[in-house]
Design a protein around this ligand. Structure first.
Ligand SMILES: Cc1cc2nc3c(=O)[nH]c(=O)nc-3n(C[C@H](O)[C@H](O)[C@H](O)COP(=O)(O)O)c2cc1C
Length: 414
């Protein structure tokens, strides 16, 4: 693919004006990453240099840590980020191996959202992990990351109703808990289009979806992944089941808190049974209001139930995208006995390490800063300035804004 979709407003509102957050930017949660507009750099601007974190924070953040079967180099995680650069059959693009290998000095890379089935695809040019070609493509990536001493979990993302038929291999409408449209648009090969009303999954199809996740997890392991992260966040299929605004079902997957949480628990249990709990993780974003998702007054209660149930499975980690409910976050920390990965969207650099230092999180995940800084860890350690992310090249396009962000060494040599 040589076209940069972002130029065509891949996601609604992208590039229109400052008050319009595109879905992906809304997912990123940070429309204006902290920057020093006076500093210049290879991508236009450099973020500010920051004082080195306190010694205690440095020690914990940069120390190796055990995660399941693996010892990670440090407690920093690359958050999952869709880049829409896969081939049209869902095989990861050739440059993806270099992109991920460049960032292998973080303790753990969580890959871009990857569909477990044709039904699971929502956006254009996202990778899959369910065919032999997908497995071969991902093998190149995992080998490249491992060669650099890194670790990688593939994020399994079923987009559910956040899908357009023109973006999927079978050209069918998205599937969802209920036939309720998200009320959003999506970029397709022929431009922006409204997302149509999805087809409600029959009960047997929900059970088949669990099996699709299980199959994809097996294939990810065949491709050399160290584990998989179930995408239960950001308004995609699993979170659609949580939210009464998207889930009006009357079967075992709708109605009560227990029923709405059931799919997430079944997917996690099925994958843990297939590849081992220590290679299975889940991402959650309690309280998200993206694209028509409203978890209602019962939302926090649903997460308390869900996290307690998931905790019993002994998964590798839970990854929370924090949307601001501090008391729920504190409860999740108490209910979850395993490793907790925390992502605070838009978190300033000066605060990096504080959640690990306080013990709230075991690992901290960062998205855009890692996207823009292949040597994110080295820059943190030395207090060096960060490249600023170029939002125009987030989705689709060439190596520009993908594999060409310079490392500190290159900047200093220039
Ligand atoms: C370009 C881009 C693509 C993203 N794609 C995904 C995705 O595939 N899966 C996911 O769970 N989150 C996705 N996110 C959200 C990030 O994982 C992260 O939560 C968000 O960027 C906030 O963290 P940050 O401020 O450190 O970037 C994406 C964010 C960005 C910027």
């Amino acid at each position: 693919m040589d076209q940069c979709y972002a130029n065509y407003h891949l996601y609604p509102g992208a590039g229109a004006h400052d008050d319009d957050a595109s879905p992906r930017e809304a997912e990123a949660g940070a429309r204006k990453p902290p920057s020093d507009p006076t500093a210049t750099g290879p991508h236009g601007r450099l973020g500010p240099a920051a004082p080195l974190p306190k010694e205690t924070i440095v020690n914990r953040l940069f120390d190796p840590v055990r995660l399941g079967r693996h010892t990670l180099q440090n407690r920093l995680v690359m958050a999952p980020m869709t880049r829409s650069r896969a081939q049209f059959d869902g095989t990861p693009g050739e440059p993806a191996a270099e992109y991920y290998a460049q960032r292998a000095s973080v303790g753990l890379i969580v890959t871009e959202g990857t569909q477990p089935s044709a039904d699971g695809q929502g956006y254009l040019a996202t990778p899959g992990i369910y065919t032999d070609a997908h497995v071969a493509g991902w093998r190149r990536i995992t080998d490249a990351v491992h060669a650099k001493g890194g670790h990688v979990f593939v994020q399994l993302m079923h987009a559910g109703r956040m899908s357009h038929p023109d973006n999927t291999p079978h050209r069918r409408p998205g599937v969802a808990p209920s036939a309720i449209a998200p009320g959003a648009g999506m970029f397709t090969a022929s431009g922006m289009q409204d997302i149509p009303v999805p087809r409600a999954l029959a009960t047997a199809e929900v059970r088949q979806t669990v099996q699709d996740f299980r199959h994809a997890a097996r294939r990810a392991i065949e491709a050399g992944a160290d584990g998989v992260e179930i995408h239960g966040a950001n308004a995609y299929l699993i979170q659609q089941f949580f939210a009464p605004s998207a889930n009006a079902r009357t079967d075992a997957y709708g109605g009560s808190i227990e029923n709405r949480a059931r799919l997430a628990i079944e997917v996690a249990a099925a994958i843990a049974g297939e590849i081992g709990a220590e290679r299975t993780a889940i991402r959650l974003s309690p309280g998200t209001t993206l694209w028509g998702i409203d978890e209602g007054a019962e939302g926090p209660g649903l997460y308390r139930h869900l996290v307690a149930e998931l905790d019993g499975l002994g998964l590798a980690y839970a990854h929370v995208v924090h949307n601001g409910d501090e008391s729920l976050l504190a409860d999740i920390r108490k209910l979850w006995k395993g490793m907790l990965v925390l992502n605070r969207p838009g978190r300033p650099r000066a605060d990096i390490g504080t959640d690990v230092a306080s013990g709230l999180a075991d690992l901290e995940a960062y998205g855009q800063m890692v996207l823009a800084n292949p040597d994110f860890v080295a820059r943190l350690k030395t207090g060096a300035p960060m490249n600023e992310a170029d939002r125009a090249s987030y989705f689709g396009g060439t190596s520009k804004g993908y594999t060409d962000y310079p490392s500190l060494r290159k900047v200093q040599a220039a």
